[in-house]
Design a binder for this molecule. Structure first.
Ligand code: NAD
Ligand code: UGA
Length: 483
């Protein structure tokens, strides 16, 4: 029979979601024990590193909370069996990337890690366990998890085990994860068992007002998560498409954003034009929706959502083309400084970062690029640009020729402007707002170009430094106006 009193929590997956989510829960619920487990020993070792600047994830406010909870009521380990065995509730927070092979390749989510997690729960759990989908999943995945768990209940040696499956998608954004978890807009709990839903909501009620806790059926909860990401990504593709129109008509996308954002029906958030959205989820979740629509024969719906991803790819591509065009049609052997490699500021995550494709394009055009990022590890850049998985070979990661053509180097500091032809800002790290462009200009090859894909550089400081300037969605450059 079900026991809805929760004392022990297990989270399978110690990534960008599992780690911060359980840390905040452990901080808010000191009476509960949280065991976060992962198959990656390297990741768990980093979570347990005494040096808090070596945690596997950089997230503002995270290390302060880890300091208060780790080895008190929050434990990171690879002992998956024990953590599941003792758990009253198991959160599945494993990765769900887009499939790269087989049926649905390129669109459907690869559920092999979710299935493996469900099988682990089916094998090791004792008594009654609430199983929570925290990962973002295709609609009706809960059915698959339920089937796996049910089949284990019928095994003779598993008598007395029982399960409830809930959907509780995570809406945190990287870079603001701690604040998002502490002050969520809503907590969504989908399921069909009231006791289990209430038991889960009780954890959240420790710090979230009950008005913000929404109960839905399980399929609505799964679909709402995909829909939220699709709507957010759609806004970015919309504003980036308008930025391109601004550049050729003399309009300014910042003014357009401000003007439309004042309409309370539209709202002002997520209207910042950029080099295109990155991150591990927007593209994968939209493609998942596209797959779902195609599967059910809704081709027009699939086409509508796929266009959001297409515009994003086109927009990233147009930025690298534009840099080449402005530099007299060739970047061969020209030094170009890249400011920022993560997909947004305040995270070390580079997954699907616009910087990856843009840097690859410039290297393929023969540029010698120097990349600076305050938090991204050069070994990660090596992996992103060259597909080299060796995380140890730092020497190699410092400089690597790609396709025998251009090259890239990484720099930890900003003394990198000597002899460069252009600077391309790709991530909105706050330290880039304080660059002294007058001093930088003295070091650059003339005519020097600054490209700002995030609108954080003051155009006047660039003008005073006598540099050429391109800013996303800025139509003030007469040369581009096509009338
Ligand atoms: P991640 O890749 O950072 O972490 C997933 C972890 O799960 C990895 O460390 C991996 O080793 C581990 N893992 C995989 N299979 C396992 C198994 N069988 N047993 C134990 N550990 C296992 O991924 P993430 O960014 O944390 O995302 C996880 C899920 O949350 C995804 O579905 C994602 O769509 C969703 N999500 C992510 C974010 C975000 O900001 N990153 C936000 C909301 C939702
Ligand atoms: C996004 C959602 O915001 C979260 O709610 C969701 O939980 C998460 O995806 C997920 O499911 O993984 P995240 O990708 O971490 O969070 O970060 P965002 O702040 O949404 O930014 C995504 C991308 O959009 C970044 O590249 C960012 O630079 C870009 N962006 C964002 C813009 O280009 N313009 C904007 O106005 C806002």
């Amino acid at each position: 029979m079900m026991n809805s009193i929760i004392k022990n929590v297990c989270c399978i997956g110690a990534g960008y979601v599992g780690g911060p989510t359980m840390t905040v829960m452990a901080h808010k619920c000191p009476d509960l024990i949280f065991n976060v487990v992962d198959i990656s020993k390297e990741r768990i070792d980093s979570w347990n590193n005494k040096n808090l600047s070596k945690l596997p994830i950089f997230e503002p406010g995270l290390k302060e909370l880890i300091k208060k909870t780790r080895n008190i009521n929050l434990f990171f380990s690879t002992n998956i069996e024990k953590a599941i065995e003792t758990a009253d509730i198991v959160f599945i927070s494993v990765n769900t990337p887009t499939k790269t092979k087989g049926f649905g390749s390129g669109k459907a989510s690869d559920l092999k890690w979710v299935e493996a997690s469900a099988r682990q729960v089916a094998k090791y759990s004792k008594g009654h366990t609430i199983v929570v989908e925290k990962s973002t999943l295709p609609v009706r995945t809960a059915e698959v998890i339920q089937d796996i768990l049910k089949s284990s209940m019928s095994e003779s040696h598993r008598k007395g085990v029982s399960f409830n499956v809930l959907s509780n998608p995570e809406f945190l954004a990287e870079g603001t994860a701690i604040n998002d978890l502490e002050n969520p807009d809503r907590i969504l709990i989908g399921g069909d068992n009231k006791d289990a839903m209430l038991a889960l909501s009780k954890i959240y009620k420790t710090w979230v007002h009950e008005d913000k806790i929404l109960f839905t059926n399980i399929w609505s909860s799964e679909l709402a998560k995909l829909t939220a990401n699709a709507f957010l990504a759609q806004r970015i593709s919309s504003i980036n498409s308008i930025a391109a129109i601004c550049e050729v008509t003399g309009a300014d996308v910042r003014e357009v954003s401000r003007a439309i954002g004042k309409d309370t029906r539209i709202g002002s958030k997520f209207l910042d034009s950029s080099p295109g959205f990155g991150g591990s989820c927007f593209k994968k979740d939209i493609l998942n929706l596209v797959y779902l629509a195609e599967y059910f024969g809704l081709q027009e719906v699939a086409d509508f959502w796929e266009s959001v991803v297409k515009i994003n790819n086109w927009h990233q591509n147009r930025i690298s083309k534009l840099v080449v065009k402005k530099l007299f049609g060739t970047v061969s052997e020209k030094k170009i400084v890249i400011l920022g490699f993560s997909f947004k500021a305040n995270t070390n995550d580079t997954r699907e970062s616009a910087a990856i494709q843009i840097c690859k394009d410039l290297i393929n055009e023969g540029a010698e690029i120097i990349i600076h990022d305050p938090k991204v590890n050069p070994a990660q850049i090596e992996y992103d640009l060259n597909g080299n998985q060796s995380q140890n070979n730092k020497e190699k990661a410092q400089q690597k020729l790609l396709s025998g053509y251009g090259s890239w180097k990484f720099s930890k500091n900003l003394n990198i402007f000597d002899g460069c032809h252009a600077v391309l800002l790709l991530t909105e790290w706050s330290e880039y707002k304080n660059i002294n462009w007058y001093e930088v200009a003295k070091k650059m090859v003339r005519p020097g170009w600054v490209f700002d894909s995030r609108s954080i550089i003051d155009p006047i400081s660039i003008k005073n430094a006598n540099l050429n300037f391109w800013r996303v969605g800025d139509g003030s450059d007469e040369e581009n106006i096509n009338f």
